[in-house]
Design a protein around this ligand. Structure first.
Ligand SMILES: C[S@@+](CC[C@H](N)C(=O)[O-])C[C@H]1O[C@@H](n2cnc3c(N)ncnc32)[C@H](O)[C@@H]1O
Length: 282
């Protein structure tokens, strides 16, 4: 399926959910509905149907301080699309999307395949809901592999035979870590990125977006920490310099590591500041 990624005039993406197979009453047996999950909360925030009451309550808790939380989530999604487009235009036709989330459209493979028709994507997530919905998709997705894996284990991910069959690891990869590192401890994230940099072929690129405490409205980080405390993925806040540190040893493309609303875009800053950038990693 090749859907033209569409930015509205406001610079926000419209998400098309009509092609998913979800049924509002269906709860897959492996899903823990007693605690919110980041994947399902994000799904709810961007307008999806693959979430439960506990997730909606958690998003409403955040929305009491940030009524426009949906706009924040969509701004991040807009960054993801622009980052993939940029990498594809630079010649990248293989992507690993770490913390891919519940499948949505347009997704990474749809954007990449507009610019690189044979593009291949590996979606990676460790929340069982994500694999459940990847399996349940109505339409086969050409060039797509979905793996249930923890991004904090780079070596075992890159050694995974299914991934090696799907991608050519002698050619550059676009590695995406979009809106996921605020669920990974700070020192761990730095170490993990360093390992990916070492494992990926020369000429590979990295895209990161992550919540930044500096510039986020007062009280919001504390609220996020509180809400995610009870979830399957505790939330970790970072200062601007800690976000910069994630790009150590890389060569960020213009305009550098900036608010995602400003990355190859010109929107106003939002109450939750998400910094992002795309960088050549080797
Ligand atoms: C907020 S969603 C972001 C989805 C997508 N990357 C985007 O920006 O639109 C974060 C996702 O990261 C996943 N995640 C969190 N920790 C992870 C880990 N250690 N390994 C793999 N996935 C993880 C969550 O399950 C969730 O689906």
């Amino acid at each position: 399926m090749t859907t033209q990624p569409h930015d509205s005039q406001a610079g926000q993406i419209e998400v098309d959910w009509s092609w998913t197979s979800s049924d509002d009453d269906w709860i897959p047996p492996e899903i823990d509905t007693s605690r919110p999950s980041a994947a399902r909360m994000y799904d709810y925030a961007i307008g999806g149907k693959d979430n439960y009451e506990v997730d909606r309550q958690a998003v409403h808790e955040v929305a009491r301080l940030v009524p426009d939380f949906r706009t924040v989530a969509l701004a991040n999604r807009g960054f993801l699309i622009r980052a993939v487009r940029e990498m594809a235009e630079l010649g990248i036709d293989q992507f690993i999307d770490l913390g891919s989330g519940i499948p949505t459209s347009p997704n990474v493979h749809e954007v990449a395949q507009v610019f690189r028709p044979g593009a291949r994507v590996v979606y990676v997530d460790n929340d069982p809901i994500v694999m459940t919905y990847n399996r349940a998709l109505r339409e086969p997705r050409t060039g797509v592999l979905a793996l249930d894996h923890d991004l904090r284990r780079p070596q075992s991910l890159i050694d995974e035979p299914k991934l090696r069959n799907h991608l050519d690891l002698d050619r550059p990869i676009g590695l995406l870590m979009v809106a996921v590192l605020h669920f990974v401890r700070r020192e761990m994230a730095v170490k993990v990125i360093e390992q990916y940099r070492r494992l990926l072929p020369e000429g590979s690129y990295l895209a990161i977006s992550v919540v930044c405490a500096d510039g986020t409205a007062p009280g919001v980080v504390e609220r996020l920490e509180q809400v995610f405390q009870g979830s399957t993925t505790p939330f970790v806040a970072r200062s601007a310099s800690q976000v910069e540190q994630l790009f150590d040893g890389t060569r960020p493309l213009e305009p550098g590591v900036v608010d995602v609303t400003q990355w190859r875009n010109n929107e106003k800053p939002l109450p939750v500041r998400i910094l992002g950038g795309v960088a050549q990693i080797s």
